[in-house]
Each structure stands twice: as C-alpha cells, then as structure tokens.
Design a protein. Structure first.
Length: 348
C-alpha cells in the first residue's frame, strides 16, 4: 500500500511539473502570462468530458438532479478552486519564489484542521512528526534555491504577495477537503463534472475582465500552441487522476506527496533554463520522501459520530422492552411436517 501510494503521489507531481515547466517556458521565452486563460482551457476540458457524462445519466445522480439539490455548494467549490489557482500564480508578481514555496505549505496544516472537523480524521503523533519532516525538506529545498541563486528579486509589494499565497493555499485546502468528501461519498464523475461546469463559468467571466488584453497580445505560432496544449493535457490529467489517488489515500497524503513537484521542475530547469545544481536538492527530496513514507506507514483514524443517549422508559414501554429481551433469549423453534400429518417440533 505504501509503495502504491508513493508511485501515485509522484505521478501527480509529474503532472504538476509539466504545468509548471510549460508555464515558465511561455513566460520566459514568449512573454505570455495568462494563468486564467490556461485554467479556463482546463475547466473547459473537464466540462466537455465529465459534465457531458453527467448529462447522459438518469435517475438521482443525473446532471439535473445534482444541480437541483447541490448547485450552490458547487458554486462555492468552483469559486475556491478557480481563485486558488489564480492567487498562487498572481503572487509571483509581488513576492519571491522562496516566499511562495515556503508559504504555500501553509495549506497542509489548514487541510489537516479541515479534515479533523469535516471528515472526522484523527491523527496520531507519528502523522504530525511526518508533516514536520516534510516541511523540513521544503525548507532544505528553499535553502538550496538561495545558495544556487534561484530566488527572484523582491516584488513590488511583498506583503500583498505573501497574503495572496496564504489565501490561495487555504482555498486549495478547502477544495481538496471537499474533493475527498465528494469522491468518497458521492462520485468522482460528479465532482469533476460540477467543477468543470462552474469552473468554466467563473474562470470565463474572470478571464474576460482581467486577461483579455494579454490574450490579444499573444503572437501565436505552433510552438506557443504546443505549449498551451501540453499545459492543458497535464492539468487535465492532474484533475482527472487526483480524485483516484485521494480515494485510495487522503487529501493530506496527496498534498505531502506532491511537495516533490518543485524538485522535478528543477531537474527539467537544469536543461531548459540552465539552473545551477546543488546537492541540497537531492537531500530535500530524500527528506520529503522519508516524511511522506512515515505519514503513509500508519493509517489515520476516523471518529465515529457521537451516539445520542436513549431516553429512559418506564411503565408499559419498559415492560415491552423486557419482553423483547426475553424473546431474544428464547431458543429458535423448528417445525417440520411429515407424512401422515405428524408434527415434529425441535428446538435448537
């Protein structure tokens, strides 16, 4: 189970790496910064595939029934997911890469707290120790970035950038906890279909407001189109595959596993963007994986809902209850009819 969890988590990290590398290549080589447009393409693909699947369903889990019962909940979920994506990307304009990497980890304790209250997850000491080890690995990775000179220069307003990262990480936590609840109690197709529907609407409106000028300025060619296509496929794969992994593990486990995504992006950056290599990157990868394995080695518990106390009964109710108890203790009686209308009665 641990080996499967590790492999699934690293597959998600590779999808995230693909989105990060293509976005950075678009920004550095072609000066294309359109995070909302890229998200809109992903939500549109989810709409095309999973919302269409819901549209052909019938019964209680059809598209119309889901909308009639839970439409307002999915509006909030779509809003949280869209804005989380936008805030994290927008934060790079105001603060440093180092700050984003460190503060983005704020989503993990928020996720654990939400899982505690909403999903009734109960953690042991080893889980908190594992999370601390993973965060130590992130700190090591940030230290390697500083020594290698990868940190960006100060942005125009660091406080705004840091606040955006914290808000984005918290919204990601809300989205992931909602995803775990829906996938484990309803269905994966419902989650992706509703996210595709409302994510497309919300991101489309926001795109028309904040990014229409950037899209007009794009000098389209086959390389830019290819980068957008690879980004969309990686993001679609990430969104389609993550519910599968969350159903096997948990949202917290998934978020710990994908901490290695920045390291995979770095390895690609060594060849594409000529980053400097540091041995601390390998050390940080090892530390994160040790913490991740430690977390997965002990399953979390789920608290049972508190049972309501039964009201005490007196008089005839109590007598009836006593009769039922006596009946439960009476041995079972078997009656068999044989030829000649002879009745044989036996007790077990």
């Amino acid at each position: 189970h641990i080996l499967k969890t590790i492999i699934l988590g690293q597959m998600l990290s590779l999808f995230i790496c693909g989105t990060a590398v293509t976005s950075q290549y678009l920004a550095e080589q072609y000066q294309v910064n359109t995070p909302m447009f890229q998200s809109f393409i992903n939500y549109s693909l989810l709409l095309l595939v999973y919302t269409t699947m819901l549209a052909f369903r019938t019964g209680s889990d059809s598209l119309w029934q889901i909308l009639k019962q839970r439409w307002w909940k999915y509006i909030f979920l779509g809003l949280a997911d869209v804005e989380a994506n936008y805030m994290i990307v927008k934060a790079y304009q105001y603060t440093t890469l180092t700050s984003v990497q460190l503060l983005d980890c704020f989503g993990i304790p928020v996720l654990m707290a939400l899982s505690w209250f909403i999903l009734r997850a109960r953690y042991r000491l080893i889980h908190f120790l594992a999370v601390a080890i993973c965060l130590l690995g992130v700190g090591t990775m940030v230290g390697a970035d500083i020594l290698a000179g990868r940190q960006d220069s100060e942005g125009s307003d660091v406080v705004i950038g840091d606040v955006l990262v914290l808000l984005g990480a918290s919204l990601y936590a809300i989205s992931n906890v909602s995803e775990e609840y829906i996938v484990k109690n309803l269905s994966r197709v419902e989650f992706l279909g509703m996210l595709g529907l409302f994510g497309t609407i919300i991101s489309g409106l926001q795109l028309a407001i904040v990014e229409h000028r950037e899209i007009i300025r794009i000098q389209w060619n086959w390389k830019i189109a290819l980068l957008f296509t690879v980004f969309a496929l990686c993001m679609f794969g990430l969104y389609s595959f993550m519910p599968v992994v969350i159903k096997v593990t948990s949202a917290t486990s998934v978020n710990l596993g994908i901490l290695t995504a920045d390291l995979y992006s770095l390895f690609f950056g060594l060849f594409l963007f000529f980053y400097k290599f540091s041995g601390l990157y390998i050390l940080s990868f090892i530390i994160i994986m040790v913490g991740f394995i430690l977390y997965c080695s002990t399953p979390t518990l789920t608290a049972e809902p508190t049972a309501l106390p039964q009201p005490s009964s007196t008089g005839l109710d109590n007598a009836a209850l006593k009769l039922e108890e006596n009946d439960a203790e009476t041995p079972a009686v078997t009656v068999q009819f044989t030829r000649g209308e002879t009745v044989v009665v036996s007790t077990d």
